[in-house]
Design a protein around this ligand. Structure first.
Ligand SMILES: Nc1ncnc2c1ncn2[C@@H]1O[C@H](COP(=O)(O)OP(=O)(O)OP(=O)(O)O)[C@@H](O)[C@H]1O
Ligand SMILES: [Mg+2]
Length: 240
């Protein structure tokens, strides 16, 4: 991909007190690119997404959006077109599916546009359309994860940050979830950065992959190249 990246991480370091969660991470996200972020527990994967969205403290480095430096903060990044779906399917349990979607679209100023988005998103997730008036807490785990994903889509993002969307879901539901995510990338041309532990399945659908190990990028490149290398085995077995 030759175009100027939409989003760039330049030499990002994040410290939580004495813990160096990220140490000099560089990463480019191009328009429409579909990237997997992989690595063992504690490698810093969630921190990468949080740093982009402005909820992890930047110790060093810069976030660049369309060629310009930004000081990231959630509202600002959402307005630029970045949606973050955090780990652990956080939905408002006591609110209905539709109300959850409305909250996702809260930064969309125009009421009619917000309404139209909601309907578009529900068309994309027929199961949510059917259950639009149900309390989200009464939905299955997979459906709740769909609500979380659907809520992220309410801003019609240019970049979607997904943290372990398949966590705790049954294999059949994981497959459906991946299909939906792939469809978002293909149909809407949304750039996606997805943190995922189902390495084999995710490498089959993404374009590129980044392997994180102890806060550093151990390898980044085409999904095929990462799949064929021994880097994943190395980092997961602690041999890197
Ligand atoms: N709020 C925090 N305060 C202190 N340390 C933190 C905080 N958040 C993360 N860390 C530490 O930063 C490191 C990276 O954490 P991060 O959550 O990014 O890892 P991860 O790769 O997403 O792991 P997992 O696969 O378990 O979700 C870990 O050592 C973690 O303990
Ligand atoms: Mg994580």
């Amino acid at each position: 991909m030759q175009s100027e990246p939409l989003l760039q991480l330049k030499n990002i370091s994040v410290h939580y007190g004495g813990v160096h969660a990220l140490d000099g991470v560089n990463m480019d996200v191009h328009e429409g690119e579909f990237i997997a972020l992989m690595g063992p527990n504690g490698a810093g994967k969630s921190t990468v997404l949080k740093a982009i969205f402005g909820i992890a403290p930047l110790h060093d480095g810069h976030i660049i959006w369309r060629g310009e430096k930004v000081i990231p903060a959630p509202h600002k990044m959402a307005r630029k077109g970045i949606a973050f779906v955090p780990q652990g399917r956080r939905v408002f349990q006591s609110l209905t599916v539709e109300e959850n979607l409305e909250i996702g679209g809260i930064i969309v100023q125009d009421k009619e546009e917000r309404h139209a988005r909601k309907h578009e998103v529900m068309e994309f997730f027929p199961v949510l359309k059917k259950k639009r008036n149900m309390k989200s807490g009464a939905l299955s785990g997979g459906e709740q994860q769909m609500v979380a994903l659907a809520r992220g889509l309410m801003i019609d993002p240019k970049v979607l940050l997904l943290d372990e969307p398949s966590l705790g879901l049954a294999p059949k539901i994981v497959k459906e979830m991946f299909e939906k995510i792939r469809e978002i990338n293909e149909v809407k041309h949304t750039a996606i950065v997805v943190v995922e532990h189902n390495i084999k399945s995710i490498l089959e659908i993404v374009h590129t992959a980044c392997v994180l190990d102890k806060g550093k990028i151990a390898m980044g490149g085409e999904a095929n190249a990462v799949a064929e290398s021994d880097i994943l085995e190395k980092v997961f077995l602690g041999k890197a």
